[in-house]
Design a protein around this ligand. Structure first.
Ligand code: NOJ
Length: 561
């Protein structure tokens, strides 16, 4: 196992629109991030992953890019970006940018040209197909509802958009497209950025035949994902990108990859294959999914969650490297999802942080996770901004006739705006995020959950995360130790060891609001020192590890003696 700085780092994701507004227009911006760099340095993170800051018409909040080489007006200017990069580097914080190259905005000049006529030089930059009997070329469903195909009057055919119709897919089969992308990547890397998080990058190679997808009962559209996820040329493209661009810089890369399996994960991340450093898989994010996909409200089982996460730990033990995350800008808040956002909010947030950070891989923190920020339940659909939620709501209510209250409930639990409500800095109006009208309402709980409060409380989730991050720098076992799952069948306890040479760490996490006992026969003769704990009542005697009593939502990490 080779040692690398990105294996020893903790990444913090910033969703700029919701992070900090410096000029009172209600939208977060680059100067706002600069103002908070000391806060991030205090937390101790090593790398910032910046969600897109490029010029965009904001159909999908910047994941629809109009110009890869300029900064979105609302966020500031390229000068602001340069200051941000320099100021972050001054604090030993690296910056990883979002690379969104499965698609562009339909307002990108390439697409404006491409759609204008069949003989335009940019025509083959995108994926154009003829319809069949007045219908779109395939039955595929877009990730944001409706068909993946949009008809274009000027040329009488359809273009592919796996996401919204304002996000046309680029044609990676075209050599010119690939070299444009590589040039753009070099342009940013030459500025001194430290890597890329690559948006749905395992979607860039499409199956050449464009077959119809399977249609589930009761559904109008088919599932095209087998024909665009991990497609036939994906490894060739990533290998080429590595050779031509990435290998010339000391950077980190993480590919966002819905539908990726551990076998594929190894192919993407094994050192000798020269593709990427890590992938984001989504298996654990699907643990509470069901018939309605992510919108299902079926609950989840700890045994399923453990099975998924430990499978990835074992599979990538020898080859490749894991990324570890509970949250991002597309997911509900973890304390509401797998913890308890009521009485045990702080305690369960710390437990979840421990469970994640003690596994093997690079941990990612999403803004506000370090405060234990929660989901929000807005009363009206009009308070939501995310196109995924709004499209789903319209489809379910207007086409399928579902009860609007029930659809709203799904959005309360699963909608992406849970992650996107403004960062809660203080108990001041709008959580101190803006002096103006925020683009998305602030979660009303900002009066009690905010950074100012967390910084002043030694026992806060913030201070606990700070300690978790610090420990990674002091203890190599946390970074490089081998993972082994214990108590596989327990529905209450997530338990595992990490072993590195003579040192073994034992991590015990209670996922329930009841006290529980961890029976660990194999450690009957062993005792341990506490490395970190969120326990309220101190253990007076040295703990014998054969039988360990755990408080509700307790997480304790022992160093075995
Ligand atoms: C994944 C991103 O994380 C999400 O926010 C976005 O909507 C889609 N990719 C499309 O770019």
């Amino acid at each position: 196992m080779t040692k690398q700085w990105w294996k020893e780092s903790v990444v913090y994701q910033i969703y700029p629109r919701s992070f900090n507004d410096s000029n009172g227009d209600g939208i977060g911006d680059l100067q706002g991030i600069i103002e908070k760099l000391d806060y991030l340095a205090e937390l101790g993170i090593d790398v910032i992953w910046l969600s897109p800051v490029y010029d965009s018409p904001n159909d999908d909040n910047g994941y629809d890019i109009r110009d890869y080489r300029s900064i979105m007006n609302e966020f500031g200017s390229m000068e602001d970006f340069d200051v941000l990069l320099a100021e972050a580097h001054n604090r030993n914080i690296r910056i990883v940018m979002d690379l969104v190259v499965n698609h562009t905005s339909d307002e990108h000049s390439w697409f404006v040209e491409s759609k204008s006529s069949k003989d335009n030089p940019k025509r083959d930059y995108y994926i154009w197909k003829d319809g069949k009997d007045g219908q779109p070329p395939t039955n595929w469903e877009s990730a944001f509802s409706g068909s993946t195909w949009e008809y274009n009057e000027a040329t009488g055919d359809y273009y592919l958009h796996i996401f919204s119709k304002k996000q046309p897919d680029l044609n990676w089969e075209n050599d010119e497209v690939r070299s444009e992308v590589y040039d753009m990547m070099k342009w940013w890397l030459d500025k001194g950025i430290d890597g890329f998080r690559m948006d749905v990058v395992n979607f860039i190679s499409k199956h050449p035949d464009y077959p119809n997808g399977e249609v589930q009962p009761g559904k109008q559209y088919g599932d095209g994902s087998p024909y665009f996820m991990n497609g036939p040329r994906i490894h060739e493209y990533l290998n080429e990108m590595n050779r031509q661009v990435l290998s010339n810089y000391d950077v980190m890369t993480v590919g966002e990859m819905p539908g990726v399996t551990p076998d594929e994960g190894k192919l993407y991340t094994a050192d000798e294959r020269n593709e990427l450093n890590m992938v984001f898989h989504f298996e654990h994010m699907g643990v509470d999914g069901g018939e309605m996909g992510k919108w299902s409200l079926n609950g989840w089982n700890l045994t399923d969650l453990k099975e998924i996460l430990s499978k990835w730990q074992y599979e990538l033990e020898e080859e490749g490297w894991n990324s570890l995350y509970w949250n991002n800008h597309d997911q509900p808040r973890v304390v509401s999802r797998f913890g308890d956002d009521g009485e045990y909010r702080k305690k369960s947030a710390k437990m979840l942080g421990t469970c994640l950070h003690m596994m093997k891989g690079t941990p990612y923190i999403y803004q506000g996770e370090e405060l234990g920020m929660t989901n929000v339940a807005f009363e009206s659909i009009d308070q939501y901004e995310d196109l995924e939620s709004l499209n789903m709501y319209n489809e379910r209510v207007n086409q399928y006739g579902d009860d609007p209250a029930e659809v709203l409930e799904r959005i309360h639990h699963k909608g992406r705006d849970n992650a996107r409500t403004p960062m809660q800095w203080s108990a001041e109006e709008n959580g101190g995020f803006t002096t103006g009208q925020p683009w998305l309402d602030v979660n009303p709980n900002y009066r009690t959950i905010n950074a100012e409060e967390a910084l002043s409380d030694e026992d806060s989730v913030f201070h606990y995360y700070k300690r978790l991050i610090q420990l990674r720098k002091e203890n190599e076992t946390i970074v490089y130790g081998k993972f082994d799952l214990l108590l596989e069948d327990s529905e209450s306890i997530f338990a595992y060891t990490r072993t590195n040479g003579d040192e073994t760490l034992l991590v015990l996490c209670n996922f329930t609001k009841e006290p529980v006992t961890a029976e660990l026969g194999e450690f009957a003769s062993r005792s341990g020192d506490v490395l970190i704990t969120n326990r309220e009542e101190e253990r007076t005697e040295e703990t014998q590890l054969g039988t360990v009593e755990l408080e509700p939502f307790e997480a304790t990490t022992f160093v075995l003696k």
